[in-house]
Design a protein around this ligand. Structure first.
Ligand SMILES: Cc1nc2ccc(C(=O)NCC(C)C)cc2n2c(-c3cc(OC(C)(C)C)ccc3Cl)nnc12
Ligand SMILES: [Mg+2]
Ligand SMILES: [Zn+2]
Length: 343
């Protein structure tokens, strides 16, 4: 349960405006984790719902929204990357996109509402290990969801539904039955879209949508556009200054290398990316940016030209990783050996 004083603190005081957390809060280069700790992220999330007009439009009770957000925060584990700080930074980027006039015109209010909720919930109860690890190790989650695939993402969605079913946490309680069904369908599709394998299978259709030109009258374009917004938000740390992007990447490798250590203890040999003895972080980053991250922000900025600056930031970061890769090679530093040489 949630401490009553937490609820009181969140609902009695007026919800502050987004820029009260930081004057730069509404810019794309802002680093959302910098506003403080997990509790501040809850308050800032309240403020994002308010500023996007969802509290008024959907008559959200502040107490219910506060309880929901506190349960979402509690739903995340204390792992190096896939924690509440990641969820909040993804939610923040999604919020910045949702307030863009082009997006307000392209998507329905219910789709925008679904996106903000899904972005904050999309990794709930993540264990810091991959879908492949769930399947290989036959974890309880794999027992539950292996036949459908996207094991972790189905669990993130299941956890979201569970929180909505908790006492006074159902922020959708006053929606019509039809709206409720639509929001939950949207949230499930959006969270499932954050499975990297599912994303890679969708890229061809996203490219076709770009070539045809986004057509708001096509339901499939709405679906692909929501998935693209979500994956870009999930990758948004890589669109910040290099110091931030590198520090966040290091947290991802802390999870990857811990998984590799675990696999070795279990008698399995980890893939190179997860093996602290073999992985060359700059090279993995260059490949990930070229095959996954840069294309996502390229497609996004073709639909939303104002986001071209975020694509440029990724390009700058790619150059930094490339420079780092060359320096490490010249100095003959261990091509493997975890992250310490990145200091
Ligand atoms: C900085 C950064 N480096 C990464 C390096 C490698 C990989 C990885 O999984 N490689 C496996 C092969 C098959 C590609 C992911 C990385 N990654 C992610 C990420 C994105 C995800 O899914 C979406 C958002 C749908 C793409 C899901 C999970 C994660 Cl951790 N976020 N930031 C990063
Ligand atoms: Mg995920
Ligand atoms: Zn994520």
């Amino acid at each position: 349960s949630i401490a009553p004083e937490d609820i009181l603190r969140l609902t009695v005081r007026d919800i502050p405006s987004p820029t009260s957390f930081h004057p730069e809060f509404t810019t794309f280069q802002f680093v959302p984790r910098s506003i403080g700790t997990g509790d501040t992220y809850v308050e800032a999330s309240l403020s994002m719902f308010k500023e996007l007009g969802f509290i008024d439009r959907y008559r959200l009770r502040r107490r219910t929204l506060a309880r929901f957000l506190l349960m979402v925060q509690k739903g995340y584990r204390d792992v190096p990357y896939h924690n509440w700080g990641h969820a909040f930074s993804v939610g923040h980027f999604c919020y910045l996109i949702l307030r863009m006039p082009d997006v307000v015109n392209a998507l329905s209010e219910l789709e925008r509402f679904s996106l903000l909720v899904a972005s904050l919930c999309h990794d709930i109860d993540h264990r810091g290990t991959t879908n492949a690890f769930q399947l290989q190790s036959k974890t309880p989650l794999a027992q539950l969801y292996s036949s459908e695939g996207s094991v972790l993402e189905r669990h993130h969605f299941a956890q979201t539904v569970t929180i909505l079913g908790m006492d006074e946490c159902n922020i959708f309680e006053q929606l019509t039955r039809q709206q409720y069904q639509t929001v939950l369908d949207n949230i499930r599709e959006i969270i499932l879209a954050t499975d990297i394998a599912a994303h890679l299978r969708k890229v061809t259709r996203i490219k076709e949508m770009i070539e045809e030109g986004f057509d708001p009258s096509l339901p499939d374009h709405h679906y692909l556009f929501m998935c693209l917004l979500m994956t870009a938000s999930d990758l948004s740390d890589q669109s910040k200054d290099f110091k931030t992007s590198k520090a966040i990447a290091e947290n991802i490798y802390k999870e990857f290398f811990s998984q590799g250590d675990l696999e070795k203890q279990m008698g399995n040999s980890p893939i190179e990316m997860m093996d602290r003895e073999r992985a060359c972080v700059p090279k993995i980053q260059l490949e990930f940016m070229d095959t996954v991250a840069l294309p996502v922000f390229d497609y996004l900025s073709r639909i939303l030209p104002d986001l071209r600056t975020t694509y440029d930031s990724l390009l700058t970061n790619r150059r930094c990783w490339s420079a780092l890769d060359s320096i490490l090679q010249e100095e003959g530093l261990p091509a493997a050996g975890g992250l310490d040489y990145l200091r």
